[in-house]
Ligand binder design. Structure first.
Ligand SMILES: Nc1ccn([C@@H]2O[C@H](COP(=O)(O)OP(=O)(O)OP(=O)(O)O)[C@@H](O)[C@H]2O)c(=O)n1
Ligand SMILES: C[C@](O)(CO)[C@H](O)COP(=O)(O)O
Length: 234
């Protein structure tokens, strides 16, 4: 059976949230956000090898947190870059050194700042990705009406045609590796936009409204409410 991988990018500074520590190290439901994210992959049936991309300055902090929270999920750490693109690229370079990488391997790329991802969604994504669907992207539709343009000039668009993209994004290894060989562009805001240059075969799989990205301070409060709700049903 071939080995699959996930690159969890967590080398950002969290400038929109602010504070002394990057958001992925802040606590949610009594442990650092990033630990929730890794736990979801470890609990999935896909059970990918986890490559965690951290800013080099945060290596020591992460080690301390793992000891403090008795966190033992197996993972390998590599250093991040100055942009999300560069951090993913470093994660790919790390995987390229693995003897377990093969043509059949699937590589997911996930934001460390999305701790609410479900193991069910992770498994759906890994099992949908194959040679015929080499790029599988979770996405949800807008519950708001959508307009395109600027403040002065804008027009309504059919919201059925608009998809809000999430992570983890799943790729056959050779496609992702080749896509990340191209130079970085400003419009590369996710991995689908990088892969799009090589392939227009991007499949959208229904994502999950709860799979929110912690971006602003209020997102932590929303995520905590979701955790509380989940625990009430356990
Ligand atoms: N140089 C970077 C920038 C971002 N990321 C990661 O990419 C994910 C999505 O990025 P975002 O939510 O924008 O995080 P930040 O860049 O940290 O936030 P901000 O844009 O507010 O500074 C995060 O898990 C973040 O840690 C990364 O690994 N390396
Ligand atoms: C990758 C991503 O989460 C997909 O929605 C998103 O593009 C990241 O954007 P950010 O501005 O780097 O948070």
């Amino acid at each position: 059976m071939s080995t699959h991988f996930v690159i969890i990018v967590a080398a950002g500074t969290g400038s929109r949230l602010g504070g002394n520590l990057p958001k992925q190290f802040l606590q949610l439901d009594e442990k650092p956000i990033l630990m929730h994210t890794l736990e979801k992959f470890a609990a999935s049936q896909s059970n990918p090898q986890i490559v965690l991309v951290l800013s080099e300055q945060m290596f020591a902090l992460w080690d301390e947190l793992c000891k403090e929270f008795d966190f033992h999920i197996p993972h390998q750490v590599t250093k991040g870059g100055n942009s999300r693109f560069q951090s993913v690229k470093n994660g790919i370079e790390f995987i390229k050194g693995s003897p377990k990488l093969s043509q059949e391997s699937k590589i997911a790329v996930h934001d460390g700042a999305r701790p609410m991802v479900s193991s069910k969604l992770i498994d759906e994504l890994y099992s949908t990705c194959n040679v015929d669907k080499p790029a599988v992207i979770p996405a949800v539709q807008s519950t708001n009406s959508v307009r395109m343009g600027n403040q002065d000039q804008n027009h309504a668009v059919d919201r059925q045609m608009v998809w809000l993209v999430q992570t983890p994004q799943l790729f056959m290894s050779n496609l992702l590796i080749e896509a990340y060989e191209q130079p970085e562009e400003n419009y590369f805001t996710d991995d689908a936009s990088v892969v799009e240059k090589l392939s227009n075969n991007l499949y959208l799989l229904p994502g999950d409204q709860q799979n929110l990205k912690i971006t602003f301070e209020e997102d932590i409060a929303i995520a905590q409410q979701l955790f509380n709700k989940i625990k009430r049903y356990l």
